[in-house]
Design a protein around this ligand. Structure first.
Ligand code: UDP
Ligand code: MG
Length: 320
């Protein structure tokens, strides 16, 4: 029977974990009573270096009930890396893994439909939100812009899909082969391939606590997504460079013609403007190139994406 792991990255989520644990374990018990998942299935919380009582609460849950497991990272490495740590640990035990946020924005009752799709032969099941009623106007518009912009930049994303998804073990193994430091899972998972399906669910408000994605982090996340997956900015920079070069040749011809016609050079204004224009353009292009060089720099270091301090499964600490 299918062993299912639910992986939940948590960063300072003490207010929501007890409720998340309650709702998720209820779903798990129902599914196992129906015979859809094995009773050995686990709900694993990944503690991403939280500064509040998150870890204690998780360990407490593990002590109370073997359905819970804990993956404790050595420090805060961010949502994507925490998720990856969870997936890679889960794949050692599970046939299928579902990743979900801790804040109960993702509807736990969709888990059953995820499993149904998996049992029907899908290796990846994407949770897609059916509406954005619960989001603020700001979040809604920025998120929509994000998807449109990513599409325009040539990044293959599943529309309105966050990180609520099921992956079979072989899909996670496929993901593991993508040996890159700049992790943007939403862009990577579609690259893994295998049969996939989508399941719609309605997304709720955050149950408690604050969003860990303020605007600044959201922008850097989007930027990360683009530069990790698309070389279009470099191509655009190249096209812009050619264009400005052509313009400058035209300018040159114009100047020579004016000179030959005996017209006085009409002053420094146009000169000043073009110096600024070209200078600015060069700076911009350098910035774009620099961004990619920076990425290469990070990739060549082969730094670990995360370090797991300890794993608790079936109430026992394991080291592997
Ligand atoms: N998270 C994490 N590490 C971080 C930031 C966030 O593990 O450094 C987790 C967080 O606990 C939550 C999930 O990532 O389970 C998504 O974060 P959040 O709900 O704050 O993002 P939003 O839904 O506002 O985009
Ligand atoms: Mg959230």
């Amino acid at each position: 029977m299918t062993i299912l792991w639910l992986v939940i990255p948590c960063y300072n989520e003490e207010e929501v974990i007890p409720e998340t644990a309650k709702r998720a374990s209820r779903v798990f018990r129902e599914l196992s009573a129906k015979g859809k998942i094995s009773p050995d299935s686990k709900i694993a919380f990944v503690n991403d270096g939280s500064r509040d009582k998150t870890l204690e609460i998780i360990l407490d849950l593990c002590r109370q009930d073997d359905i819970f497991a804990c993956i404790n990272l050595s420090r805060n490495r961010g949502h994507q890396n925490a998720l990856l740590a969870g997936l890679m640990t889960a794949k050692k035990y599970a046939d299928a893994v579902i990743s979900m946020d801790a804040d109960l924005q993702d509807d736990v009752t969709a888990i059953e439909r995820f499993v149904d799709e998996y049992l029907n032969g899908s290796d990846v099941v994407y949770g897609v939100r059916s509406d954005r009623k619960s989001d603020t106007f700001f979040k809604k518009t920025t998120a929509e812009l994000f998807y449109k912009f990513m599409r325009f930049m040539g990044v293959d994303l599943v529309y309105n899909h966050a990180d609520y998804r099921l992956m079979s073990r072989r899909a996670v193994e496929g993901l593991e082969e993508f040996d890159e430091v700049n992790t943007f899972l939403r862009g990577l998972v579609p690259q893994v391939g295998y049969p996939s399906a989508t399941v719609e669910y309605s997304r709720d408000k955050r149950y408690a606590g604050k969003s860990k994605y303020p605007l600044k982090k959201m922008l850097s996340f989007a930027f990360e997504g683009i530069t990790s997956f698309s070389v279009r900015p470099i191509k655009m920079a190249f096209a812009l460079g050619i264009f400005s070069f052509l313009v400058s040749i035209c300018m040159l011809c114009y100047c020579i013609a004016e000179r030959l016609a005996g017209n006085a050079v009409s002053g420094w204004a146009s000169l000043g403007v073009s110096i600024w224009a070209i200078g600015g353009l060069q700076m911009l292009l350098l910035g774009v190139v620099g961004e990619y060089v920076g990425k290469i720099y990070l990739e060549t270091k082969h730094r670990p994406k995360y370090i797991i301090e300890s794993v608790v499964v079936n109430g026992k600490k394991t080291t592997d």
